[in-house]
Design a binder for this molecule. Structure first.
Ligand code: WTA
Length: 648
């Protein structure tokens, strides 16, 4: 499908939507010309306990990176997500829960959510959780995950959610870095008919050195599965929550008080604790949710992301609830128990807005019409995509099959670091081109720069940067402002470096080309090659490892690992399986290498640096395009690797 294939906004759609193209253009210009005035007005989308008088105070100056929005205002996130809706829509469903098994569901009204959050907030307080304390969540996709998040915000505790698919090793690392005082988990999760051993993983994590900052573990009884119990440390959710009062006064938080930490992968080192604060983040999540999904009263919104990822924070919980929407939380997977489960859930709950990831779309597309069998999906109004570039074929399938050729697709580009969507179509305003994230949201100033940081004009490809701050931007890396500056502001001075490449076409539309650094995107999950390499070399038989991404039909990218064994060790099918299993255990199933390439040596420069550029080309079978190999210490290594790759 050519990029010239345009899906224009119909007059009918423009009419029904919150914004037309003219309004978008006018508001966008206003947001850039006078951000103070624009955001000063838009900040009123929230209820403030103490209104702000200052709007924007940000510096991208080298050595003085500082980002502040609404800095003298005070508010509470849970009050904005719950309390303020009670008078008008207390009986409206806030959280619609669909279990892994289709016969399990729950509807939780705003009144009920208020009660549950207040009680759990009081339970946390009773455990001496104070404003500023870090609480680690390792939760299944049940309403309690949202309740725990909102309860933290109600009392000013900072949540740090660890994705339920991560290993004990990964949990421990995050607990230690964030100094979590409490861990909230469940006995087990459920996915695709199988139990996920959440509590057992937490138990194992807490055996590791350095985790003694954790005082208590609160365990929600989800499946009723058998778990070990540590009398001194473990608390049953229900037992500590049921006796609590149903009222809990929300704590007034400064706009720049920390709201949450979320660990994400970078190109080097251990995962980074991205820190978001209260006011700007919520203003931005609320605004983007409203306009990107064209949210209107009565919509049933379903985001398939897990709460363990940023999408689950901004567009499963905070954005929708701050708008008073009904948000559907799904415990399972899109293809269980039937291939058409996703479409069945849409029909069952009359979902109007659906937000999912290209990897899920491609997995369904591979099943053909079985993915929509027996369903109408007639309730749908708008479709969204997030997490990785969506290839035009998958876009067209999503549009034709899931959306019955009648729903615009918003291909939303953003990152854990950006807090909310930065580049995206708006349903009633933006003509769509399959594969393009199109244009910037209000207040967002993208630019393309060359490798020297020179800004490029017109239709061209380059490194995607942001020239100025927006309210949802991360403020720092937890306890590591130097690394924050180094990672995001040192490559190109005076701008925020996204780590992505992009192309801009003649219409000013952005086409994200993918990461330009050593970060992989596997099924929409971000992973650093360095993390996987360090997991590999921690295996006693492995001397050296280098990981690169290769195209993968469903996952977007697959993991290709070059592994050099210690001398005296030999490869075997058993070791192949063992090494894969090792990585699963060290990081989690999502990091399992797709391909192991036993390599006797890796291509290095004379100074000993591994030449990844060459490894990428060999892995993708493009060995005729190796480029300059003159700096190689031993060129014969390359020939050997090419030969081995052909035999894999
Ligand atoms: C990629 C997820 C193309 C990108 C919200 C980014 C995308 C990384 C898109 C962030 C999109 C996300 N088109 N690429 N619509 N959305 N990405 O932090 O490489 O998990 O840098 O945040 O995902 O992943 P993260």
């Amino acid at each position: 499908m050519s990029e010239n294939h345009v899906y224009p906004v119909s007059a009918e759609l423009a009419e029904k939507s919150l914004l037309t193209n003219e309004q978008y253009l006018a508001d966008y210009a206003a947001s850039i010309n006078d951000p103070e005035a624009f955001w000063g007005e838009k900040g009123k989308i929230l209820d403030w306990i103490k209104p702000y008088t200052k709007v924007k105070n940000c510096s991208y100056d080298p050595g003085h990176i500082s980002i502040n929005w609404f800095e003298d205002g005070e508010l509470n996130v849970s009050a904005n997500c719950i309390d303020r809706h009670l008078a008008s829509k207390g009986d409206q469903v806030a959280i619609l829960w669909e279990g892994d098994s289709p016969d399990q569901d729950q509807s939780i009204t705003y009144n009920e959510l208020h009660k549950r959050v207040c009680q759990f907030s009081n339970a946390l307080k009773a455990q001496d959780v104070q404003k500023g304390d870090v609480v680690c969540l390792y939760m299944p996709m049940t309403p309690e995950a949202a309740v725990a998040m909102l309860a933290c915000t109600r009392i000013g505790a900072v949540h740090s959610i660890v994705f339920g698919g991560f290993s004990p090793e990964a949990i421990a690392g995050r607990i230690i870095d964030s100094k979590s005082k409490i861990v909230i988990t469940a006995d087990e999760g459920r996915r695709g008919g199988r139990p996920v051993p959440l509590k057992a993983n937490v138990d194992e994590a807490l055996e590791k050195e350095g985790t003694d900052c954790v005082e208590k573990v609160i365990v929600f009884k989800n499946t009723g599965g058998d778990v070990a119990w540590h009398e001194q440390r473990d608390l049953d959710w229900e037992t500590i929550t049921a006796p609590q009062s149903e009222q809990c006064e929300p704590t007034a938080m400064n706009a720049e008080d920390p709201l949450f930490i979320l660990y994400t992968s970078g190109s080097t080192g251990t995962p980074k604790g991205v820190l978001h604060t209260t006011g700007g983040y919520l203003v931005y999540a609320t605004m983007t949710f409203k306009y990107v999904f064209d949210y209107q009263e009565g919509d049933i919104y379903w985001c398939t992301a897990d709460v363990g990822w940023i999408t689950g924070h901004s567009y499963l919980v905070y954005g929708p609830l701050a708008n008073g929407a009904t948000t559907l939380l799904f415990e399972g997977v899109p293809t269980y128990p039937t291939t058409a489960r996703m479409s069945e859930v849409v029909d069952k709950h009359n979902v109007t807005l659906l937000y999912t990831a290209p990897t899920a779309i491609r997995a369904l597309m591979a099943k053909g019409d079985d993915a929509i069998k027996g369903t109408s999906r007639e309730s749908l109004r708008i479709l969204g995509s997030v997490g990785e570039p969506i290839n035009p074929e998958a876009w067209e399938w999503y549009y034709d099959k899931i959306g019955n050729k009648s729903c615009p697709i918003v291909d939303t580009w953003w990152q854990t670091e950006t807090g909310g969507i930065l580049i995206t179509p708006l349903p009633g305003a933006t003509d769509l081109k399959p594969g393009s994230a199109t244009r910037p949201f209000f207040g967002v100033q993208p630019a393309l720069v060359d490798n020297e940081g020179v800004i490029l004009e017109g239709a061209i490809e380059g490194n995607l940067v942001m020239l100025d701050s927006w309210p949802g931007q991360m403020r720092t890396l937890f306890n590591n402002h130097d690394r924050f500056e180094q990672t995001y502001f040192s490559t190109f001075k005076g701008m925020y470096t996204t780590g992505d490449g992009a192309r801009r076409d003649e219409d000013g539309y952005y086409w994200i080309t993918g990461r330009v650094d050593d970060v992989l995107n596997v099924s929409g999950h971000r992973m650093g090659t360095a993390e996987i390499e360090s997991a590999l070399v921690s295996h006693p038989k492995i001397a050296e490892a280098a990981v690169v991404g290769v195209p993968h039909e469903i996952k977007g990218q697959g993991i290709y690992a070059y592994v050099t064994l210690n001398s005296g060790e030999f490869s075997s099918p058993e070791l192949y399986a063992e090494v894969k299993q090792w990585v699963r255990k060290e990081i989690g199933p999502i990091a399992t290498p797709d391909i192991l390439h036993w390599a006797e040596g890796l291509p290095k420069t004379r100074s000993g640096k591994i030449m990844r550029r060459i490894l990428r080309k060999i892995a993708t079978g493009e060995s005729d395009q190796l480029g300059d190999t003159s700096t190689l210490a031993d060129p014969s290594v390359v020939d050997q690797l090419i030969k081995e790759n052909a035999e894999l």
